[in-house]
Structure formats: C-alpha cells, structure tokens
Design a protein around this ligand. Structure first.
Ligand code: PLP
Length: 398
C-alpha cells in the first residue's frame, strides 16, 4: 500500500527469526541424510494432555453444544472457578492472593507485551542476557530502550541487578530460565526485589517453568517479602500441563503495584484487556481448572518427572563428554558451551549433520554466543538417540 508505513519497531528487529532459520536448516539436513533428525531444538512439549484435563475439556465442549449450558464471552479476568482454583494453588505454595488479583490469560507470551504496553514509551527495559528471545523482540517492536544484563557461566548466567540504580524500568526476569535451565535462590530474587523497589521499577516475573522448579528455588517471586510492592507474575499451563496448543495462563497483579504515585497497574491492565481481548475459551478454562485439581496436579507431576528423566539422560551424556553445561535440574533445558571456541551455530550445524537438532545460543542474546541449548521436552526416542550419540560427537571436538 503506497503511503502506508510499517511500525518503526520493525526496523530494530533482527532480520532472521531464529526458529525459522533452524527449521529451514533441519529440513535441508533431513533431505540430505534421508531420515528424520532427533529434535531437541524446540521448546514445545511432547507429552499429551493428561486424562483429567482431557475429560474436563471434552465435557466443557459438550456443554457448549447444549442450550442450557452453553457459554458466551468469558468474564474479562477469567471465570471465577479458574481464578479460585489458581488462588488455591498459590495458597498451597504459601502465597496468599485475592482472587481478583489473578487474571486468566491465553498464555504467557502475549501477557509480556500487554504488560509492557501499559507503560510509557520511554520506559527502560532491563533484560538478562541470554534470555527468552520474546523479551528482546517485543521490546524492539514497542520501540523501547533496552539495557541487557549479560550473565556469566561462572554465575550460572543468573544476572544480578546493575551496580548503579538506573531510571525506573520494566525488569524481565525468568526463573527457572529458558535457555540456561537455571533458577534463582531466595537471596538472588530478594536482591532483584530490593533493586526494583529502590529504583521504582516493575519486575515482570515469568514463571512459565514453575512446574519444574526444584527444592530450594522459589517457584513464585510473590512468596518473598516486598514482592507485592513491585512484582507482576506470569504463569503458563503450556509446559507442565502441556497446553501449548490450548493456550492458558495466569497473570497476578498485586493491588499495591502502581504507576506513578497511586494509579494501580491492575486498573490499567483491566482497561487494556477490555479493549484488546475477549477472553479465553470456556472449555480451555475448564481444562486449566482440571489441571489445578488434585488429580490434575498429580498427573502433571508425572509428566514433569518424565521430562526430568529426559534431562537426566542428557546430563549423563554431557558429563560423559566432559562438557561444561548449566541447567537440567530446575528447567527442561541444558545450556552447553561449544567445545574448542566454536560458535553456537557451528556446533548446531555439526550436530545437525550427525542427526541431532539443537538451538544455537546466539538466538538468546549476545551472551549466548558459543553455546547451544538442548530441550528435555523432546520425545523420549529423540532424547535417547541424542544421549547415545552426544558423548562421542562432543568428545571428538575437544
Ligand atoms: N516464557 C518463557 C520463558 C518461555 O520459554 C515460553 C515458551 O517457550 C513462554 C514464556 C511462552 O509461554 P506460553 O506458551 O504460555 O505463551
């Protein structure tokens, strides 16, 4: 269209979308190898929805076809039954929330940019590096200034607050982390809360991998003192409960979190959701409620345990190859350094040639250069192939 211009944020985005490029190379490799490669690259899940979730989903879909039980638009923040179930799940973790502080979303990703869009365009974004690429890309798209906080392998890539107080910012923090697989302890999160309070910032805590969090690592930042003053917490049913194709999550905005002196962020959030969205499907919300029921939680725990076993096989393979890596305990990811000073893309191509697809660390930020990520969410058969081949393949590069 002559005269129509694209949003300026597009010019700040990197040209190539990481997964589009890796998918292209995987297709080419499969064509030349003449077989399917083991796919440990994507962060999608490989286990189906659990029986309890499926039953609830099917029953709710049936209700939608009956005059007396069909539902139309969902209430803006989600149905009371799911908000109550999420409140109970938080309470079981020792986090007391008001039901009205919990909002039902269609997953974590969209919530990140929705929250960011509630703040003024001159808001600084603090983003750990390496990190989930959506933080960087949504910030660029919105035209926000970004301050990256490079993590170091010796600190398990757990970025800490800057030495100097910057201006008020939106801080993106994920724990357990994609791609490094590492999680903050209480002291690490407490330091971030102190920084956010002191600098007048909002800390956007991405708990997409909360279901994988091990002992001694807080699942919720809201379990820590002071967090209610500055933290928004996003969670997702995608990974543990397998909702990547259904889409559901929760967003907690404590009533104390304010913009300026006194305007509650939650008030602005509700207004924006009212304008932009029309709720999450009723059967999906019923399915999410079922995932939070005692039976649903037991079943999710079994699924998570299977992914943990996958991670265990990969940990053993990397240990056998004497390769340094992070993760593999608190999140379904392992992040390893390419031997011999190779780039992540070089190791990606090398492993792909041998039939294993991973993700180059470069896609997660500058500090990810020279690393690759392995996903334990992959199908068990693919994990077993990779675990069998990796020791020799990686050993041959040292
Ligand atoms: N946050 C992190 C850190 C992720 O790794 C992902 C997906 O990979 C998401 C959010 C997206 O979650 P959802 O499927 O709920 O949009």
């Amino acid at each position: 269209m002559k005269g129509l211009k694209e949003a300026p944020g597009f010019s700040a985005l990197s040209e190539e979308y990481l997964f589009a490029e890796t998918t292209k190379r995987i297709r080419e490799a499969e064509a030349s190898l003449g077989r399917r490669v083991a796919r440990l690259g994507m962060g999608d899940v490989s286990h189906p929805l659990t029986p309890t979730v499926c039953r609830a989903l099917t029953e709710a879909a049936r209700e939608m076809g009956i005059d007396a039980t069909r539902r139309g638009y969902s209430p803006i923040g989600g149905y009371g039954f799911l908000r109550a179930a999420a409140r109970e799940a938080y309470a079981a973790e020792g986090v007391d929330l008001g039901e009205e502080e919990i909002y039902i979303s269609d997953g974590a990703k969209g919530e990140l940019s929705l929250i960011a869009s509630l703040l003024a365009p001159d808001t600084l974004h603090l983003i750990p590096d390496p990190a989930y690429p959506a933080y960087r890309d949504l910030s660029s798209l919105l035209g926000r200034e970004i301050l990256f906080l490079p993590g170091r392998e010796e600190d398990r890539f757990l970025a800490m607050p800057p030495d100097r107080i910057c201006r008020p910012a939106l801080i993106f923090l994920t724990s357990p982390s994609n791609p490094t697989g590492e999680a903050y302890d209480e002291a690490g999160l407490a330091a971030w809360i102190d920084y956010a309070v002191e600098s007048g910032s909002i800390l956007l805590f991405d708990g997409a991998y909360a279901d994988f969090c091990g002992k001694g690592r807080p699942r919720s930042i809201l379990s820590l003192p002071g967090a209610r003053r500055c933290c928004v917490e996003i969670r997702s049913f995608s990974k543990g409960a397998g909702f990547t194709g259904l889409r559901c999550g929760t967003t907690v905005i404590p009533e104390e979190v304010c913009l300026g002196d006194s305007r509650p962020l939650a008030e602005r959030y509700r207004r924006a959701v009212d304008i932009l969205k029309n709720g999450v499907a009723y059967p999906v919300q019923r399915a999410a409620e079922a995932a939070l029921s005692p039976a649903g939680r037991r079943e999710t725990a079994v699924t998570v345990a299977r992914y943990r076993q996958n991670a265990g096989l990969l940990r053993e393979a990397l240990a056998a190859a004497e390769i340094a890596f992070t993760g593999g305990w608190d999140a379904p990811y392992l992040f390893l350094r390419a031997p011999g000073g190779r780039s992540g893309w070089e190791l990606f191509d090398f492993l792909l040639g041998a039939g294993i697809a991973v993700t180059p660390g470069e896609g997660f930020g500058n500090a990810g250069r020279g690393y690759v990520r392995l996903s334990a969410l992959a199908p068990r058969g693919d994990i077993e192939i990779a675990a069998a081949l990796l020791p020799d393949l990686l050993g041959s590069l040292r």
